[in-house]
Design a protein around this ligand. Structure first.
Ligand code: PTJ
Length: 258
């Protein structure tokens, strides 16, 4: 079944489209096979969160947009899952906040970096970083620490969707403001972030983009106030509470329909 053949009225439409995109990403050599496992884990958390953007995640998205508007050199890190799931949305996001796009992979191969960069260009990106590999994230082994000197290495604000915990910690140690998008509030990367957005990448990226456009005329003082008022621990606690206190009652019928 192709993406266009999935009936839009299917109760699990969004989930099926997402699975299809990840599968197609693996077939095109963009997404790693481990990306399939990461997708499954994310899907389980999204289910527990009720497949919705929590008010706390929306507040995080607004704080992220404000931090990006204040940044001198923001960079959005793109891996194989992000490229497969939301290429156009990610390019639009970078444009809205004036950020560089950099391919940065956990399972690094030059071939996959090139394919992802081409894929982003096919979806409207002008420049994609990550191919030079002349910078490093200190504290990681070579392949996982390779970045561009004029990209992630010199960024002041970095957006890292679906990042692994080690690299999130190493970026934090470099003193960067880190915005993490991850569905698991218990994962080390959002717990390291200055701004953890506990939401599905597919909802979070367009949401931060909308907030950034909405804040286009905000003064630096207003942007700083939004960033200062955001409490990362409260956002993580709210997501955890939503998972622990949630109910399956409304979703049981939809699951049966799969
Ligand atoms: O393309 P590469 O080589 O850089 O590899 C990318 C993956 C994602 C495979 C790699 O970074 C990895 O193995 O990540 P982890 O350690 O499995 O962590 C992925 C995190 O992303 C988990 O906490 C998932 O819950 C979360 N996640 C998965 N899908 C989504 C998500 N978060 C937000 N939106 C999603 N759609």
């Amino acid at each position: 079944m192709t993406e266009t053949e999935i009936p839009e009225d299917h109760p699990r439409y969004a989930s099926l489209v997402t699975r299809h995109r990840i599968e197609a990403g693996v077939e095109k050599g963009i997404t790693s096979k481990q990306g399939l496992i990461a997708q499954g884990r994310g899907e389980a958390f999204d289910y527990l969160l009720g497949e919705r953007t929590l008010p706390s995640a929306d507040a995080a998205a607004r704080a992220a947009a404000a931090a990006l508007r204040l940044a001198d050199h923001p960079v959005i890190s793109v891996n194989g899952n992000v490229a497969a799931l939301a290429p156009s949305e990610t390019v639009d996001f970078a444009e809205a906040v004036g950020a560089d796009l950099e391919v940065n992979l956990f399972n690094h191969t030059d071939e996959r970096v090139r394919r992802i960069a081409d894929h982003l260009r096919d979806h409207g990106a002008d420049e994609v970083k990550g191919l030079a590999g002349d910078g490093e994230i200190p504290g990681l082994d070579h392949a996982r620490g390779v970045v561009d000197a004029d990209g992630i290495e010199s960024a002041d604000v970095v957006v890292v969707p679906l990042e692994d915990g080690d690299r999130a910690a190493a970026l934090d140690a470099m003193g960067k403001t880190e915005i993490v998008i991850d569905l698991n509030p218990g994962s080390r990367s959002p717990r390291t972030a200055d701004v953890p957005i506990i939401d599905n990448l597919l909802r979070a990226v367009p949401n931060v983009t909308d907030h950034a456009r909405d804040l286009a005329d905000a003064t630096p003082a207003e942007l700083e106030r939004i960033v200062d008022e955001f409490d990362p621990d409260a956002a993580l606690d709210a997501a955890e509470a939503a998972i622990r206190d949630g109910s399956f009652a409304d979703e049981a019928d939809e699951t049966d329909a799969e």
